[in-house]
Design a protein around this ligand. Structure first.
Ligand SMILES: [Zn+2]
Length: 231
């Protein structure tokens, strides 16, 4: 096998290694990230706080209503007891009862409104809680899949590394040196020659270069410097 073909095969393995290494580092960077779960939990905490606050307001309103009802009962008891004879005093007491009842009605409306808000907040908490749990479960299984994929990629890379060793052991070290330098400079070190054109720079090769390339020996493109490989 000519050295150009050997280097071309080496390059194919190297490109595969490169692609797999990129995938591996992308997967590794995804390990442990649970942004969606963190966000859902933060949302749940804030919704839970709102629910607590509303529940507290509802209870306060209910206590205030109880307090008013006690006052109304006591005032009415006095009003209808017959103990108060003075008409002005009776009228004042009646007025007081009316005011207390108006206030109670107002508070009852407010309490109903809060109750509606509490129900909505409870529904939100329940929905966010189950969403958060669902995301967490998904995240755990994704992480497991990720770990398995990473493991498989590492094995594949180890196989490729072994394959690379076997191929490069067969190649003249000087040629490997030229190849390595070009890989660093250009990414692609070996270019195929197709229809008399270097696929690295797309320039037609002179007849003399084509003939040398046909021999399979190490020959660099006069234009881009890549090692020419004529399949
Ligand atoms: Zn070229």
């Amino acid at each position: 096998m000519g050295v150009a073909k050997q280097l071309y095969q080496l390059q194919e393995v190297d490109l595969e290694i490169e692609a797999n290494e990129q995938t591996l580092s992308r997967l590794v960077s995804q390990l442990g990230k649970n942004q969606a779960v963190v966000e859902a939990q933060a949302k749940l905490t804030s919704e839970q706080q709102r629910l607590d606050e509303l529940t507290h307001r509802q209870r306060s309103a209910e206590w205030e209503i109880d307090d008013l009802v006690t006052k109304i009962t006591a005032a009415e008891e006095q009003l209808y007891s017959g103990r108060i004879k003075n008409p002005k005093e009776l009228a004042n007491l009646q007025h007081e009862v009316d005011l207390l009842k108006a206030k109670r009605d107002q508070l009852e409306n407010k309490a109903l409104e809060i109750m509606g808000q509490v129900e909505l907040a409870e529904a939100s908490v329940t929905a966010t809680d189950s969403e958060s749990k669902k995301l967490e479960t998904e995240w755990h299984s994704q992480q497991q899949q990720l770990s398995a994929d990473i493991e498989a990629l590492k094995n594949k890379l180890s196989d490729l590394g072994h394959k690379r060793q076997l191929i490069s052991a067969e190649i003249d070290p000087q040629a490997i040196g030229v190849y390595g330098k070009l890989r660093k400079q250009k990414g692609q070190a070996v270019a195929k020659v197709e229809q008399g054109i270097c696929r690295g720079c797309r320039i037609s090769l002179p007849f003399s270069e084509l003939q040398q390339a046909r021999s399979g020996n190490l020959l660099q493109c006069g234009s881009c410097g890549r090692i020419l490989f004529l399949p």
